[in-house]
Design a protein around this ligand. Structure first.
Ligand SMILES: Nc1ncnc2c1ncn2[C@@H]1O[C@H](COP(=O)(O)OP(=O)(O)OP(=O)(O)O)[C@@H](O)[C@H]1O
Ligand SMILES: [Zn+2]
Length: 648
């Protein structure tokens, strides 16, 4: 297109940006400087101090104000002639419906969560407006283009579930610091400060799964006359000493593994220091006034790696402060990465455990990053990604679809490139969002209730907020806050009925239609009755099938032109393995799911997976498997080069 026409297309365009955070600030500036004249911005947040280091349109004085509005004002100061319309709102609000989306030529996402991304994807499909989607994680980033009828939609590839670890690795055979963090946070912290009644496997397995040691007295219960320092010592000796001794009794487990070392408090700290820990009344506050065990112990530098003795003192002191200063929270606490005392406790506990298992200790700063799953944002990555979004948006506006690319921003050069453009993929024919293909649900229709179905499948798996469920012509459920009282009560009754007992019984062979009017999404689910489920592998007792990753994943949009560009790489994987397997055909490119998940900026959580097979999960290989999962296979166009190649 000639440059005058291009300028015209940009000038005439009406674009919507969703998110005015790290990517959004860069994007708004780049759009304005590229000549865009009519920009709408939705962001539901207000500015926080922690945003200021990279969201450069914001200043200290803006803290607490709407991001969308302040971003508009900041850009208008240097581009006063353009029109920027801010909305301080959630993009999921009903006012942002299909008609609202239809007024735009292209939608540009700068979001940080899956839920909002899915919602925008669905509305873009319904409104038939192209979407340019983006995400960054540290040095990694990506921009993808989604055009109905031409490319895959944002949801064509099922999104990965959170990272999980087998119970056995966490409770008995940790080999990485992250395993110790998960143990400290999800088991020990939860046991001591969370809901007392929760199922929590803090007892050591001795190998065959049958002989877990469960003392008859609840060791975690604090006696009425038990002072905190005594209680702390009891917990310490139990979890770091006694439990490890019990685990060591099973020789089988340690045949091919390094044996852990039981640690008792008396071996680490002299009595005097242990007692002194209970009397540190001096300073318990950090500079920003949060309760902390560090100042009184003289631990000032959170980037320093503390010794086992220092971590042990921190453990005792943090536990004491919880008991004495935050006693009323105990029993209802959940781990929060912004809770200073919780971070200190978890860091100390993870380090003591790491020491026992011969795993290198970490600083509180690093432990916080791992526990909170924090990847520090890099402003430059956001700026690069914002630039790429604008480049793709311009191609879309020019209707130059053939040249649209998905681009991955890598941490290390691959084939001498840091930016890897790839042709967009075709839509997944079994995607329930952008195709009509029905899904299949295996469920025990005689024992599962409608509530199970709504919560586990409709809301959790399909991501619908206000679903409407129909069996044939009968409406069996409708979600929403604006229902008449008697209608809502009727649906509430249905929720507790098993599927076969609903007014229009749902049995094997039934087809349900599920709609979310707000998302303009409708899909069908065929029901297949199944009696038995594997409690551990299929804890939902329902299995949703049909929405699968297509076998051939790289059928790029045919444009009659070969891309000389490199093939998409899983950035995280490249980063880790630095190894690329090069093989024959471009059409066989394997795109790992991790490539998407690693750069969406979604808050991921760690989960502990139930042991499906105690023996298997005790296999020494198992730990390494975590890493293999991220291995990357990138296939090249060059048929000759079917061998492994190391990246430079
Ligand atoms: N449903 C939504 N509606 C509108 N805006 C949203 C929605 N979900 C997320 N956002 C916005 O997307 C932006 C994402 O920006 P970013 O990833 O930089 O996150 P942040 O909250 O600014 O920073 P951090 O999470 O690192 O503290 C945020 O400003 C957030 O308010
Ligand atoms: Zn799709």
């Amino acid at each position: 297109m000639d440059s005058d026409l291009k300028t015209e297309a940009i000038k005439r365009a009406k674009v919507l940006m969703v998110g005015a955070g790290g990517i959004g600030c860069e994007l708004l500036k780049t759009l304005a400087l590229s000549g865009f004249q009519d920009i709408h911005i939705i962001d539901m947040d207000t500015i926080e101090v922690s945003n200021l280091n990279r969201q450069f349109l914001f200043r200290q004085s803006h803290v607490g104000q709407s991001k969308a509005k302040v971003a508009r004002d900041a850009v208008l100061r240097f581009m006063p002639q353009i029109c920027i319309t801010p909305y301080h709102a959630n993009v999921k609000d009903p006012e942002f419906n299909v008609d609202f989306f239809k007024q735009f030529n292209v939608i540009l996402n700068g979001l940080d969560n899956l839920d909002a991304r899915r919602h925008v994807n669905r509305l873009c499909l319904a409104a038939e407006v192209p979407l340019v989607e983006s995400g960054t994680t540290g040095f990694l980033g990506q921009v993808t283009v989604h055009i109905k009828g031409r490319t895959e939609c944002y949801e064509c590839q099922p999104k990965p579930t959170p990272k999980t670890y087998p119970v056995c690795t966490i409770t008995s055979t940790p080999s990485k610091f992250v395993h110790c963090i998960v143990w400290a946070k999800d088991l020990l912290f939860a046991k001591l400060f969370g809901d007392r009644n929760q199922e929590n496997d803090l007892f050591v397995h001795t190998g065959d799964g049958s002989d877990s040691v469960k003392p008859t007295d609840d060791i975690f219960e604090r006696g009425l006359d038990e002072v905190s320092v005594q209680y702390g010592r009891k917990i310490y000796d139990h979890v770091f000493g006694y439990n490890i001794e019990v685990a060591l009794a099973n020789e089988e487990t340690w045949k091919n593994r390094r044996r852990p070392r039981p640690i008792f408090l008396g071996d680490v700290l002299p009595e005097k220091l242990i007692l002194q820990n209970g009397n540190l009344e001096k300073n318990c506050l950090t500079e920003d006034l949060s309760l902390s065990a560090m100042p009184s112990l003289g631990l000032n530098n959170s980037q320093e790696i503390w010794s086992l003795a220092e971590n042990s003192r921190l453990f005792l002191e943090a536990l004491r402060l919880f008991i004495e200063r935050r006693g009323k929270d105990i029993g209802s606490l959940t781990f929060d990465k912004d809770d200073q005392l919780a971070i200190e406790f978890v860091t100390a506990a993870a380090n003591i455990r790491a020491s026992s298992f011969g795993i290198p200790l970490h600083s509180l700063f690093d432990a916080k990053g791992i526990a909170g799953n924090i990847v520090h944002a890099v402003a430059t990555t956001n700026a690069i990604i914002a630039g790429l979004i604008v480049i793709e948006a311009i191609k879309v506006l020019e209707a130059d679809f053939q040249n649209c690319r998905m681009t991955y921003c890598l941490e290390h050069p691959c084939q001498k490139m840091l930016l890897m453009p790839v042709e967009p993929f075709e839509a997944n024919k079994s995607c329930y969002v952008c195709s009509e293909t029905p899904l299949l649900l295996e469920v025990n229709t005689q024992t599962s209730t409608l509530r199970d179905f709504v919560d586990k499948i409709v809301k959790n798996k399909l991501g619908m907020s206000f679903p409407l469920i129909m069996q044939g012509a009968t409406l069996i459920f409708e979600g929403g806050d604006d229902l008449e009282e008697d209608v809502a009560a009727n649906y509430a009754l249905n929720l507790d009925k098993v599927l076969t007992a609903l007014p229009a019984p749902v049995t094997s062979g039934s087809m349900l239609t599920i709609e979310d009017l707000q998302q303009e999404l409708s899909c069908h689910i065929n029901i297949k009755h199944r009696e038995e489920f594997d409690e551990e592998k299929e804890p939902d007792r329902m299995v949703l099938l049909g929405w699968t990753t297509p076998e051939k994943k790289s059928q790029g949009v045919s444009n009659g032109e070969n891309t000389t560009a490199a093939i998409p790489a899983a950035p995280e994987a490249i980063n880790k393995s630095e190894e690329v397997e090069v093989a024959a055909e471009i059409s066989r490119t394997r795109r790992k799911r991790s490539e998407i998940s690693e750069t969406t900026g979604d808050q991921e959580t760690f989960q502990i997976l139930p042991d499906t097979d105690a023996k298997n999960s005790m296999d020494p290989q198992e730990v390494e498997d975590d890493d293999y999962e991220n291995d990357l296979v990138v296939l090249d166009e060059n048929p000759e080069a079917s061998k492994k190649r190391r990246l430079q």
